[in-house]
Design a protein around this ligand. Sequence first.
Ligand SMILES: [Zn+2]
Length: 389
Amino acid sequence: MEFTQILNQYHQFIESSLKDRFFKHSHIEHLIRKYAHVFKIRKLGNSNENRSIHLLSWGEGKTKVLLWSQMHGNEPTGTMAIFDLLNFILQNLDKPEIIALQQNCSLHFIPMVNPDGAERFIRRNANQIDLNRDYLDAITIEASILKKIRDEINPDFGFNLHDQSTLWSVKNSLEPATISFLAPAYNEECSVNKVRERAMLVIADIYSTLSKFIPKNIGLFDETFEPRAFGDNFQKKGTSTLLIEAGGLQNDPEKQNIRKYYFLSILKGLLSISNQTYLNKSVEDYRAISSNAKQLYHIIIERVSVNGVETNMCLNFEENNLNHPNVWVVHDIGNTTGYNGYTKFLNGPFKILEYVEVDKEANFKLLKDNEIILVFKNGKLVDSTLQIN
Ligand SMILES: [Zn+2]
């Protein structure tokens, strides 16, 4: 498939009713009805607060793939990308590669595993439990639903779709880690068996396409074994599992560009599985992808006179949930060598007259030549067009 062309035509299949990161379960429940004529829709159960969780299935092939999104309620990019993909499939049912996908694979999608968390825009569910640390007990309804459906379908491949902090950077480029991948480990030693290797090869194949578009913005997530997580345990159970994480991208706080690269990653991954092109890749190709690092701030101000010294200063935008105000926090004052910023104020010297405390809400005016450049009041950015990430 010609991926440049697909990206250029994104407006034709984007699920345009999902405009930002704050859509709720009621919207998803309504939306899935439109796929009922092509996809098999099955209700898997209800969340703790009685919100339905559905499985959408399509394809008659023997290679089974399970894709699930938003185990963490405030991580919606995978859900947006799934709906864009469903639309893309619907519009391209007559295309040779989609016909092949249908014949080679059976795809099973669960958009929004944690609807109660999405309702509050928080990571955890209504029990305040992190579903992705609940594999072993499956004490939450939602984790138990996901665990059961994997055991029932016994998929060959799994796509575990998440968002990560926008403060992750790619180690080699210091640019935002817009899309990160991981073939999760299935033991402490991070061994590589056939199951995990297959996931690595698919990721390497996705990378070969995605890196044509965002070469500096792709990283590998930390592979430390997490015995409580789903990806690690699915890998252990024989499902070659890929973790995909959406991070940040310049000028894209609502992740409307990122969703395109996320969609592209899933589509390429599925085509790679369908056409088995991943077999042309190696574990070395996977290992060659740069790792993630946390060397990024939302704002860096260089050469600022503050608290009696001239140095650099970093701020991050902290987003909690809908019930708490989102605030700018001062994260560091001092040397910033080795760090990058989404927004950088480089043409100092700047000056701050107020005393500034680290790890506190920003509460100051930034001056240049005695003119006010930025005003923060109790963590809020006042009178500025500065875009946040
Ligand atoms: Zn997550």
